[in-house]
Design a protein. Structure first.
Length: 761
């Protein structure tokens, strides 16, 4: 969607304003897009699912073509055309390819693996292989993360084939060095991707204090792994799920025939057993699995290297088939052909059945959206974003979307928002937004728990919400097909002057207190002068609810009185699948049983979400002064943390922000941002862009260094008077990466081409 229509703002292949306050998107591009995906630059947003559908089918087909080419050209596995096609279909329709169609950029590495293995054969034979350099560089450029796993698999393949060929120790060392040299040149060619990607990780995963999923010593049991060889088994895509390794019963049987009954080259079969053992250990032992994933637990999509195991199984199966043919050589040809046709038909039906089972499992676990629903949502956003020219650069501003169609709606629909789901991210931005009440974990930001004060810090003029969940704290602008566009009238500009001599306080777990702190640091004295934005209201505990609905294990009841007329907010620390209920009872006064756990606060507003801290922020709505309210909290576990209710003093908040000196956007496009404004005195200016390397800031034409607020937002120093601020961006490591890539290409030409010319002469 981002390629199709990036929307207004500072958006290109290096920088984006689509989510997480903006910043580097090059890391996301090189992680989530493969070169063929550039076709979506020419595809309308409405047509993306159709084009993607055919691209997935095309790439699955290329997986089969690649495997068939390997099986037809490898000296040890030269097969007849029908058998090569059979095993190629098993590779193309393996469980991995069906399961991970949701990550189609990975297919490119699946396609390249057989070709890489075939080009590696020259190095195993003691020769140079320019094709291996080119293909490895292409693999690294395509998807460095999955390519990392392919490289590990190629090392295993190199050792296996060297053992099969009987390579001596000395020659093995020499060829290993040649192998490493080829890999070094390929890595150098891809350095314009690898170096920026590595530096991008420094602001995200490498900056985390800990990995989000729990590290498991034993990830799967042996029976779980063995069940994965059964057709129709669905593993799931959570990080601790069993591997997707089924690629046909015929492959498993033929591989076992070679491993068990092969009479020649016992060393090769022992090496094959060792390969199987390495993979089984990877599937079962958590730390080994983490090594395959870059020493991290994946957020989801378990065992992303499983396709490399399926490739080895097909390599072994091809050898097993040759043994089986030798045993059956005296059987009449008609019978052998009949058996082959029967096996072929059985295998294809088995692969179809397995594919259907995997897709059905995905539908149950992750859900699928009908194409009509997608078109409806595109239509909704077309209408909402056309109101007040929100797609126009001249009225640029962030939009907070409290409901989402995808994990990265800003990129999909072309607006500047907060929500973001990506393995490439700014850790400190996620941490700050989480402290302010957003549903935030390291890799994900969801605009739940927002308040006018929290989103107002970041030039957020509008809110998109489902109509039946829209908060009356914002002004309604436009309603269309169940969605509502709301205006936030309490928003600061894109950049504004802040205090320059207040040391930040340590945030606590309560987001409303944290919001008070931020405004005090920006506009107050630093001694609590803005604490009145949110004032805690006493809660009286009255007991627990009886007759709990199914799936609810604990509850707490409170009463409180509204001290003033205005909006009130709830904060609950550490609750899981929370249910808020009030006056949601049957005729006898009992709580109505719920088939699906939903969330209700006071008058039925939805308010459930989860984040890394399991905290919940809910707008209770506008309450009249002196009225009394009952609050019932219910949870599906036995832990309900501290509960607090706050009165939001909107008048005080507006007074505090009214005196701010702001810089408005004069121009914004794919090349950068131009801001204009004035200062009444020398000041620090907060720019609501993430503090990270790569920005180039010019104040009145002079390049200026920038600092940070809490290591999260950009801050510059400017003197009294009128100023024009220009902001541009170059991904860290891109320019030196390009230089290394160019030098590596020169080395490749010298290594691969010039000696060949001399030989021809």
């Amino acid at each position: 969607g981002y390629l199709s229509d990036p929307g207004p703002g500072f958006n290109n292949l290096f920088h984006s304003m689509a989510g997480g306050l903006g910043g580097n998107i090059y890391g996301t591009v090189i992680l989530c897009l493969s070169p063929p995906d550039l076709i979506f630059s020419f595809v309308s947003l409405r047509s993306i699912p159709t084009v993607l559908y055919f691209m997935i089918l095309f790439k699955i087909g290329l997986c089969g073509v690649s495997a068939c080419f390997y099986l037809s050209h490898h000296d040890r596995t030269v097969l007849s055309a029908p058998v090569a096609v059979l095993f190629s279909c098993c590779y193309a329709l393996m469980s991995y390819n069906i399961m991970y169609y949701v990550a189609p950029m990975w297919y490119d590495c699946v396609i390249l693996l057989p070709l890489l293995a075939l080009s590696l054969e020259k190095i195993i034979a003691g020769k140079k292989s320019p094709a291996f350099i080119v293909l490895t560089a292409l693999c690294l450029i395509d998807d460095y993360y999955i390519a990392y796993m392919v490289v590990i698999a190629l090392i295993i393949y190199f050792v296996f084939r060297s053992a099969e060929e009987g390579t001596g120790i000395r020659e093995f060392i020499v060829r290993s060095l040649r192998f490493a040299f080829h890999g070094l040149i390929a890595s150098g060619i891809a350095m314009f991707v690898i170096l920026p990607a590595w530096l991008d990780l420094q602001r995200g995963k490498m900056a985390e204090s800990g990995n989000m999923p729990g590290a498991l010593a034993i990830k799967n049991s042996l029976p779980d792994v063995l069940r994965s060889f059964i057709p129709g088994s669905y593993a799931g895509f959570e990080f601790n799920a069993s591997p997707n390794i089924f690629c046909g019963t015929v492959v498993t049987v033929m591989a076992l025939i070679w491993l068990i009954y092969g009479k020649k080259n016992i060393r090769a079969r022992l090496a094959g057993v060792l390969v199987i053992a390495v993979y089984f250990a990877s599937f079962i032992v958590g730390p080994i699995d983490r090594m395959w994933h870059g020493f991290r637990d994946p957020i989801s999509f378990s065992v992303r290297y499983a396709f490399t195991f399926s490739f080895f199984m097909i390599v072994f199966a091809a050898r097993g088939y040759r043994i089986a043919v030798g045993v059956l050589k005296n059987i009449p040809g008609m019978i052998k052909q009949t058996v082959l046709v029967a096996v072929f038909v059985f295998s294809l039906f088995e692969l179809i059945y397995n594919s259907h089972s995997v897709l059905a499992g995905l539908a149950r676990e992750a859900g699928h959206t009908a194409y009509e629903d997608y078109l409806k949502t595109v239509d909704v956003y077309d209408h909402l974003l056309s109101v007040n020219d929100l797609r126009n650069d001249g009225t640029y501003g962030r939009i907070a979307n409290s409901t989402q169609f995808s994990g990265f709606d800003g990129s999909l629909f072309g607006y500047s928002g907060f929500s973001r789901f990506s393995s490439s991210y700014n850790y400190y931005v996620s941490e700050l937004l989480g402290n302010l009440g957003f549903a935030s974990a390291n890799h994900v930001i969801v605009v739940k728990g927002m308040t006018p004060a929290s989103i107002g810090l970041f030039d957020t003029g509008y809110v998109i919400s489902l109509s039946d969940e829209a908060s009356d704290i914002y002004d309604p602008v436009y309603e269309y097909n169940g969605y509502e566009l709301l205006k936030n009238t309490c928003s600061l500009p894109f950049a504004y002057a802040i205090n320059d001599s207040i040391d930040p306080l340590i945030f606590g777990s309560d987001p409303y207190i944290n919001q008070n702190i931020v405004y005090d640091e920006f506009f107050g004295s630093g001694e609590g002068t803005c604490d009145g934005i949110y004032t805690e209201v006493p809660l009286d505990f009255t007991g627990e609810e009886e007759n709990l609905p199914e799936g609810v294990d604990s509850s707490e009841k409170y009463v409180f009185s509204s001290v003033n007329s205005g909006h009130y907010f709830l904060y609950v620390n550490h609750m899981n699948e929370v249910v808020y209920l009030n006056e949601f009872r049957d005729e006898k006064g009992n709580l109505k049983p719920l088939n699906i756990i939903r969330d209700y606060v006071l008058d039925g507003k939805q308010g459930k979400y989860g984040n890394g801290q399991y905290s919940y922020c809910v707008d209770l709505g506008y309450l009249e002064e002196g009225s009394e309210h009952e609050l019932i909290l219910m949870s599906s576990n036995d832990v309900i943390g501290a509960s607090k209710v706050y009165y939001y003093n909107e008048d005080l908040f507006r007074t505090i922000i009214s005196g701010s000196e702001g810089f408005e956007i004069k121009k914004i496009n794919s090349k950068g941002i131009t801001l204009g404004g004035s200062l009444s005195e020398d000041s620090d200016v907060l720019i609501t862009l993430p503090y990270e390397a790569g920005y180039r800031v010019y104040v009145d034409g002079v390049r200026t260094d920038y600092g940070s607020y809490r290591n999260t937002l950009m801050v510059i120093r400017a003197v009294k008077g009128e100023h024009e601020i220009v902001i541009k961006y170059v991904p860290p490591g891109l320019l030196p990466g390009i230089l290394v890539s160019v030098l590596s290409i020169v080395c490749f030409v010298l290594y691969a081409y010039i000696p060949l010319k001399r030989k021809n002469k």
